[in-house]
Design a protein around this ligand. Sequence first.
Ligand code: 5GP
Length: 193
Amino acid sequence: MKQLETKILESGKVIGDDILKVDAFLNHQIDPVLMAGVGKAFATAFKDMGVTRILTLESSGIAPAVMTGLEMGVPVVFGRKSKSLTLTDGLYTAEVRSYTKQTVNEIAVSKNFIEKDDVILIIDDFLANGQAALGLKSLVDQAGAKIAGIGIVIEKTFQPGRALLVDQGMKMVSLARIEKFEEGRVIFAPADI
Ligand code: 5GP
């Protein structure tokens, strides 16, 4: 997605060898016009697949997921990372190792919001080692629902996430694919769209 690649080049910051900071438009401040484009792109890529719900992870997946849900006319559910007094039982849970924080979080979603006849589209902001996406897949599997595929805003192709997910038979669409960081610059691989 050209508009996204341009934004990454304009305002993404490479941190160390393998992290891209995109606080200016996705992870802290959000660019609504760009997110609307992201929503349209995912809705087009996964149209005619019978998607009934979108599942993402708080907090950075919510903006792209909501814009996709708006385009597709389906509800958006987010897996929660923190314990909540109002969300205590009736949960599907999975353990996810956080790539950026290097901690293991339990993620949880209420059993009310994934049903066995659902066809779920999983959306996340980044794909690195695939742990967040696999955790989300586990929540869907526990509910006995189907997965239409996985939509990723920014994939780092030099990390093993895609291979893990594709090996499990999942359709994956990434809007920007980063092949490498070279002296603080982002080098793209061809995107899926
Ligand atoms: P994975 O679970 O695929 O290893 O990592 C994906 C998760 O880690 C995403 O949900 C995202 O929050 C975070 N993440 C991984 N790589 C990056 C990165 O380069 N930049 C940012 N901002 N987040 C990342």
